[in-house]
Design a protein around this ligand. Sequence first.
Ligand code: ASP
Length: 341
Amino acid sequence: MISRRKFILSGAAGVSALSLRGRVPVPDDKNTDIGTANKPVVIATWDFGVAANRAAWKVLKNGGRSLDAVEAGVRVPEADLKNVTVGKGGYPDRDGHVTLDACIMDEQGNCGSVAALEYIAHPISVARLVMEKTPHVMLVGEGALQFALDNGFKRENLLTPEAEKAWKEWLKEKKYQPIINIENTSFTTERLPGNEYNHDTIGMLALDATGNLSGACTTSGMAFKMRGRIGDSPIIGAGLYVDNEVGGATATGVGEEVIRTVGSFLVVELMRQGYPPEEACREAVVRIAKKKPDMAKQIQVGFLALNKEGEYGAFALQKGFSYAVCHRERQDLLIRGKSLY
Ligand code: ASP
């Protein structure tokens, strides 16, 4: 058992991110550390987490349930057509199909998931229905689509002209190469086609006023992936895990490595042992680096965690991982996560 006191918490979050109306704030370099917030609090991956948090906060600030908050929150990037890594507008697989992965987990350990879901713009809401209306945890492909349609979801084309253009461009060389630190340039909402964004995920964790935790995770996965490829994001324990006694964690980056280490479950179990969120995320990142040291230098993986006390933190393999935080004192906070390399 590792004592909390062994960890020196150097500094506090929330130092100086700018709050700009309608645009995501640029993370401040000093803004790199762990933080604590009184409940309610919501945190989310990447710069697009800022806008997602705003939607989640509307639920949380009025005493709403964390489950409702995370669903409402991640629906924002799912609907953002400029976001080429989540929801409608996401880059397709190498055969031109947009396939979406998502999962959700509540304070009672209930969970729902969809994978390789096509034609439905809000996979997170389908995942929630899988959790609430079926005896199962996970539905994939055709079955997930049928379930969504049976429950009133609209069938629509998710491949935008911009994503189609990027795919056709990719077909010229057909090189599957997850690009590291593409996120370094992502501290703006401008996501132009062909500008090399080829993976990212919105992972969100919320602690509501009653002290209950929930999480959600949704993505279009790796751009130009093989048909049928599923990443970590819809897999409970890999892309997301919540234990209401301890805390929650979510992951972003190359999902194969997150699955191999059951990353989010690992982070939560480390917090159970007493690790603060950032240290737990760091340890999970180190596991990946230890297993495949050469490969770990070529890819990005980041973890984000929130514990039962409202302490939050993150850690990534590479520089450039940002996460957004929102609580009563600070909204629109964007923090630059620490990294191994
Ligand atoms: N984890 C996602 C996947 O592997 C992609 C990402 O977050 O960058 O599908």
